[in-house]
Design a protein around this ligand. Structure first.
Ligand code: SF4
Ligand code: SF4
Length: 396
């Protein structure tokens, strides 16, 4: 019997199939493996459709054609248009997929406000229920401590509007927030930023080929705790900044960096499934092409190592925050750099501007800062004052 770590696909040959005679024709890639999200029992395609950067029903339908059965959105993505597009794309097949959405329930929000947000999502998605409802982008424990969230999720489940509850996060206090939610049995599923860049196992393998300062991430032990409690674990931000074009010159034999990054995270014993932003027909095919390939490959390690070497001094690690307190003016450096990444690397200026605006003063102090006390505050060599000032110019 095959388990979640079994090699299911004809992965090496994905995308190739024999036709009459000796001719070989391309066949579309498709999902080769489905996984169970811990104790929820929800069965999903191991690669799911993330919609933070899209609002296009045609993309949703293309992913369906490729075998994707897990779709995720949020009320805040594209001001609700992502939910509307997803509702449109899933018309007629809603009961055949697993659908999740999210709301940013605050520390002082009431049950009534949360219910109103959920009902708005259901309306836009043209559905009666969500399989998973996440408290979105949690980066302070007090949001999970709000008892209204626990009461609301219970009531929504009793009314059949949600099946399971979760927490999503990618901020500097991710590990701390997850830890609280897991210890207090507030989640059935977690969705968190996790890539090969956060995995100490990769750096151990790379030590002989590249020189790296490996992150001492708090995340792996927290994810291990989630696994021990049979909480479903979904990874996002799996591409460590998603600068795919930087890697094209090094990709050979149809094997891409993005596929290597997805394979790495999907083969991790800490992770059940991965959600990834699907923004074009071509990238959907590229990502889906990583499905069903679990065996570790030297070529993948080489691509991941090369990417890490290229990006190490420009990629701000999720959940790191080692520069916390380096700015006497109170600039939240890690949060500012995350919004800059949305603009520069993800090419999603709407999301970048929206999230930057939520940071209060953001990095505006950097525009007139003379002391630049944050210089050298990043052990990975990120030029912090240069990047924060750039964020202030772009997004302020
Ligand atoms: S700037 Fe450097 S130290 Fe600060 S959070 Fe990002 S990676 Fe960590
Ligand atoms: S440049 Fe100045 S204001 Fe900006 S983060 Fe660094 S120390 Fe703070």
């Amino acid at each position: 019997m095959l388990n979640r770590r079994s090699f299911l696909g004809t992965g090496a040959a994905a995308g190739l199939g024999a036709t009459a005679g000796n001719a070989v024709a391309k066949v579309p890639p498709s999902i080769h493996r489905h996984v169970t999200l811990g104790k929820t029992g929800l069965n999903v395609s191991e690669i799911g459709f993330g919609s933070a950067s899209s609002q296009d029903a045609a993309l949703v339908r293309h992913a369906l054609d490729r075998g994707v059965t897990f779709f995720d959105t949020a009320e805040s993505y594209r001001f609700g248009w992502s939910e509307e597009a997803m509702g449109e794309g899933l018309k007629g097949v809603r009961d055949q997929v697993i659908l999740s959405s999210k709301t940013k329930a605050g520390a002082a929000d009431s049950e009534a406000e949360m219910m109103e947000a959920l009902e708005g999502s259901l309306r836009r998605l043209q559905t009666d229920y969500l399989d998973i409802y996440f408290n979105h982008a949690v980066n302070s424990v007090d949001r999970m401590q709000n008892e209204a969230w626990a009461r609301f999720t219970e009531r929504a489940a009793a009314q059949g509007k949600i099946r399971f509850r979760g927490m999503s996060g990618h901020g500097s206090r991710l590990a701390q927030c997850l830890d609280y939610a897991i210890d207090n049995d507030l989640v059935d599923v977690v969705l968190c930023a996790y890539s090969f860049g956060e995995d100490p196992d990769l750096y151990a393998k790379l030590r002989h080929t590249f020189h790296f300062v490996a992150i001492q991430s708090d995340l792996p032990p927290v994810l291990d705790k989630a696994r021990a409690k049979n909480i479903g674990v979904i990874a996002m931000k799996t591409l460590m900044g998603a600068r795919l074009n930087d890697m094209r010159p090094f990709e050979e034999g149809g094997r891409t960096y993005a596929q290597a990054a997805l394979r790495w995270v999907l083969s991790s014993p800490r992770v059940d499934a991965a959600l990834i932003s699907m923004t074009s027909l071509d990238t959907i095919d590229e990502y889906v092409g990583a499905s069903g390939q679990e065996e570790e490959r030297a070529e993948d390690i080489d691509l991941l190592g090369r990417y890490a070497a290229l990006q190490s001094a420009r990629y701000c690690r999720h959940g790191c925050n080692k520069c916390e307190g380096a700015c006497p003016e109170g600039v939240a450096i890690a949060e500012v750099l995350r919004t800059r990444m949305y603009d520069v690397d993800y090419r999603n200026p709407a999301l970048a501007v929206e999230d930057y605006a939520k940071l209060g003063g953001g990095a505006q102090a950097c525009l007139t800062c003379e002391h630049q006390a944050c210089t050298n505050s990043c052990p990975f060599g990120i030029p912090v004052p240069e990047f924060t000032t750039d964020a202030a110019r772009r997004l302020g």
